[in-house]
Write a protein of this length. Sequence first.
Length: 684
Amino acid sequence: MRASCRGVALAAAVAVATAAAAVGLQLPERHFGCPPAKNVCVYPIDTAVLQCEALFDFQVELHVVANASVANPVLDELTIRLRLPSGEVTTPAALFPGATPEFRTWALTAFRDMSDENPTGYDAYAVTYRNVFVPLRVGKGYVTVTVEARGVTTEVSYEIRAPTTRAAKNVVLFVGDGMSLPMMTAARLVSRGMYQGKYKDKLTMQAMDNIALMSTSGVDSIITDSANSASTYHTGQKTSVNALGVYADSGDDVFAHPKQELLTEYIKQTMGMSVGVVTTAEVQDATPASTWAHVRQRAEKAAITAQAINGCLNCVLAVRPDVLMGGGGKFFQPAFSVDGSDMYQNYSAAGYTVTHTREEMVAAAKNPATKKLLTISHAGNMEVWLDRNVYQGNMDKAANDPTGKGVPPTQQPNLDEMTMAAIDVLSRNDKGFYLLVEAASIDKSAHPLDIPRMLSDLIELDNTVQQVVDWAKAHGDDTLIIATADHAHGYDVFGTVDTQLWNNAVQSSPSNPVRDTDNYCAAVTDNAGQSFPSAFANGTTSARASNLARRASIGTYAAAGYSDYVNRGDNFPKTWNVRTTLASGMNNHPDHTTSFTVATSIKKPAVLVDGAFVNNAKDDENGVFQSGNLGPTGSTGVHTLADVGVFASGPGAERVKGMLDNTDLYHIMASALGVGTDGRREKK
Ligand SMILES: [Zn+2]
């Protein structure tokens, strides 16, 4: 049995289902969007915190074991009551005037409990009130929803937040994707250095006025992905892995799940603010898409590309971000777009200036006539900072230009260039702007265990934050700036490595340990029918000796000393190929080898052999073997549970303190912008 209570425990949030078995309603497990009695699901979910005036789809869903004796009449017997903070008891029809209930049914299969070997067939019945909101008159406090169906009573409770006076004209949210606190410590050491045990300087993010810790788990799992985490930042609502702007109900239609309004939708529709989105990933990737998309599966990238300008099923409006920058050109091309059309042309028809290179982007941003700017400079994810700026030869290797011309995309802008160009355009709106900036490849480098690329993108993010902090100070000091991550990766530093000693150990080993490593790696197949070479298993051969000789180059405690990175003046090290580098790594990984050095080309730690990922012998040929601790289909490292840091300055930053939940971030931004103030939506 899974634990049923999530997030903030509310006294009123008690579900009772004592009569379920007697009347034919069963308890399907694994529908994690449902409250504790999982035969009756209510969305928004129990413990949700709702902002007055923010839209949501209110849905009640019943699960009935599929057999003839308990067929259709369930919805007819359903009663829904809402108790308001004032004590008044009302109905959905009265609280949400004008909303027409939508009735749907579908079949599903689910495990009744974790011990079931086979899933059970159910009929699901749902009633949905689309695009409703809690009006200002309800006031702050708790709303309790009581659902009765065939003698089964389920209660969920929502906290209602009343609006606050607007304090910030603009909000800029930086998301270092996967940026854990130990990564920031390592980046500070690499970037700023250390003297007599003290950091020489802080990262810009660490120098901000307010700092907090934040938990990142989702409705369905302790471990979040970028979709449900970023979605939560923009809705204030929890959701499930892979979901954007919706609660995950049990239905199959990925576009029909109960929606949660995005902050971007509210501020565009009711406040006339501008919205900008900058990423180094594909613009359809989870974090950027969380500013406009409503879809159960983040993988619907072609549809997500269209949703930005066309809106979505049952949506009030299309967000049409005023600035959209990053990669993802593939899904704009007719061969891959949702309807075979040229999405660049569609964006152009929707008022966008379409650009593909740094020079085009800068020129368009400086042109006062540019109202909407699309800059797509890569077919997929943009190259990481280290390849854009140091190992530039890597950029020429693949024909990934954004328009499908079959040439390399060598004119990709850096994150700070995109961000400041975005602000050029967005700041022309007197009503203010919201800008999301994602440093995507902190995460995308952490997955393949590529630590220098991960840290270089973190430093690029931090330099970008500095430029925006400087811009905000020079432009009225009325911009709330927040920098955080969406989830962690299991990274830390445990010492240093003398790479010269390491290489000496490789070179001087009498029986050529490099070759031994190759042989070992080629043969390794673990206990899924695979045998370790006896040479390693015995631990007595030259291969074992060379492994130990290399590991003798790792210093811990007093033997660690300091690493050799030197700031070249722009917070990046003069060289990443230092003699004394960091001994660091991930707490989860596939079989792989590491020598702790910078890889001159993109890393691929493991390769698929007979259905399981094993060490890629070619990835780090001087490396020592690390036995995988993930399942056999795990090709890279994965996200982890650790709380992330939140760093903030500007009006509204004072709410960033102590221990936060990721739902709080929305409410901090919504409060700073005065979402719901004056009952704007009700008056419309
Ligand atoms: Zn990730």
